[in-house]
Design a protein around this ligand. Sequence first.
Ligand code: GDP
Ligand code: MN
Length: 386
Amino acid sequence: MNIHEYQAKELLSKYGVAVPMGKVASHEDEAEQIAKDLNVEKFVVKAQIHAGGRGKGGGVKVANMLDEVKRLASEILGMNLVTHQTGPEGKLVSKVLVEEASNIATELYLGMVIDRATEKIVIMASQEGGMEIEEVARTNPEKILKEYVDPTVGLLPYQCRKIAYFLGLKGKTVNKAVKFILGLYQAFTEKDCSLAEINPLIVTNDGDVFALDGKMNFDDNALFRHPDIEKMHDPNEEDPTELEAKKWGISYVKLDGNIGCLVNGAGLAMSTMDIIKHHGGEPANFLDVGGGATADQVLQALKMILSDPNVKAIFINIFGGIMKCDTIAEGVISAAKEVGIEVPLIVRLEGTNVELGRKLLSESGLNIITGSDMREAAGKAVDAAK
Ligand code: GDP
Ligand code: MN
């Protein structure tokens, strides 16, 4: 799960991570009131969407006077913000963060992720702040320090000092950075983060450090023990089909290919995508209807697949264990009646009640391509999508 910048900053400040003073607003008048209450000289108004690159896209504006805050907030609120991370369709802005503007001496980068290969948390730091770190990693990897943290030992102060020196910090700023990094690490581990990224981490003219931006991702499987984080969930930021899927208890992830997949069981769904790729095709989605899906869930799943205009063929790959093959067949038939299936439908059924399932499908009058096994059926699906 992702959260907004303003939520990340609220959370991080509880861990002693220095963030600029500010508050979130949904209306221009509210933005103006926040600016008044801040009682400072310069402000920054920032679009709150789950995507980076807002600055370049026109979603981050500095106001040199109180009067400008209201105007900037009204410009940004309701705008469709397009950045390199939103895709060309952009994202509607419904909240802005109003902050005291900082006097930036340097922009640095600090990030934490879980490194699966070493089973450690890796802290990444670079003096190339404010830029895309992926680009720095590609062109100048030596400009990124990677410091690995053994989770059983925890982050040690000497590691933070090493990072601070690599970032070129001096004097009292080193101690401030150490406190900052320790706080970020504590938030990361206590809240089961999968990513925390401060880009830029700034040093002010006075030698203070602040998180000017904040991005945090959390492990969905750990959310049950963090109701405070779960409450931060913003459904407006999710793919509408994925949201609909969740409501029906279906795991759906949209992908870029053209073969819609309907499968039961996450393992089979993964291998279905593999075998499609093996045959030179591209899956349009990951979709697991679960072990004991009802005909209704199958109907919903097919509707989701069909709502994707890229889908040129549908591959149904079911191994009926708890799930019965006739249930699948019923779902497919009612979907065909209700929404119509214009694209080729390739079905591979095996397991409980397979004979009954096949009979229902063959008597349905639907134009169905069958495969005797998974490999053959996948090949047919790839051919049909061409
Ligand atoms: P992003 O573009 O979505 O990553 O948004 P950021 O929060 O990182 O802001 C983008 C850029 O706007 C930063 O790299 C800064 O250069 C600039 N910026 C943001 N806040 C301030 C501020 O308080 N003062 C000044 N001078 N610049 C700011
Ligand atoms: Mn940023």
